[in-house]
Design a protein around this ligand. Structure first.
Ligand SMILES: [Zn+2]
Length: 218
């Protein structure tokens, strides 16, 4: 078993013993799904299944024409997100951030943001213009870099996600009033999906989250 920083790269036998956990099929979950509000835990093991999860996250992101996707947006309570500003497979640069820590914010900029878990909703969000990020990539190599401008914004949006924060938490009261109706539609859709049984109860979701954490965060 390879030790790379705090990440363990599991070998085949390790993976074999752990492969009892059945993952739900990955799909993007929408506001106000509770996993979007669950603060994600650091990842302590990277196995072939996690690598497969990352591939699927990119695919889901491209299908939705997005540029960033956090693990808890696919119902996985893990400190991980993927970004590709090109929003298209085979173009741009695919970036994976595992266990990120954002620090040293500088400056301030305002721009329009949207979110794959609130598709169609947009609002102006003010954020630092520059940040420093320490993280690991999917191979366990450390990332230790300063980011500026649009990419810094996208990283902060995704970093918020893994803390259980969404961009609508960071907008002004007047901006919020403009999107109130759209937010309410997402709430109604969530209630309807729950009533139809396509989204589990809070207890079922908590159980699923605990299973995932047991596998990847302990
Ligand atoms: Zn988002």
């Amino acid at each position: 078993m390879a030790e790379i920083g705090p990440l363990r790269l599991a070998n085949f036998i390790d993976h074999f013993f752990y492969s009892v956990l059945e993952l739900d099929a990955l799909e993007i979950i929408n506001f106000p799904h509770p996993t979007l509000r669950h603060p994600s835990k650091p990842i302590t093991r990277v196995d072939s299944e996690l690598q497969q999860i990352v591939t699927e996250m990119f695919d889901l992101m491209y299908k939705a024409k997005g540029i960033g996707l956090a693990a808890n947006q696919v119902n996985l309570p893990l400190q991980m997100f993927v970004i590709n500003l090109a929003a298209e497979k085979g173009k741009g640069e695919e970036m994976v951030f595992i266990n990120p820590v954002v620090s040293a914010p500088k400056g301030s900029a305002e721009a329009n943001e949207g979110c794959l878990s609130l598709a169609g909703v947009e609002a102006m969000v003010s954020r630092p213009d520059q940040i420093h990020v320490s993280a690991y990539d999917l191979s366990g190599r450390p990332i230790d870099q300063t980011f500026k401008g649009f990419l810094a914004r996208v990283i902060q949006h995704e970093y918020d996600h893994i803390k259980g924060v969404m961009f609508i938490d960071r907008i002004s009261a007047s901006e919020k009033r403009l999107i109130e109706g759209e937010i309410e539609e997402f709430e109604l859709e969530f209630e309807a999906a729950r009533a139809a049984g396509t989204i589990g109860s809070d207890e079922e979701i908590t159980r699923y989250i605990k299973d995932i954490e047991k596998r990847y965060c302990s």
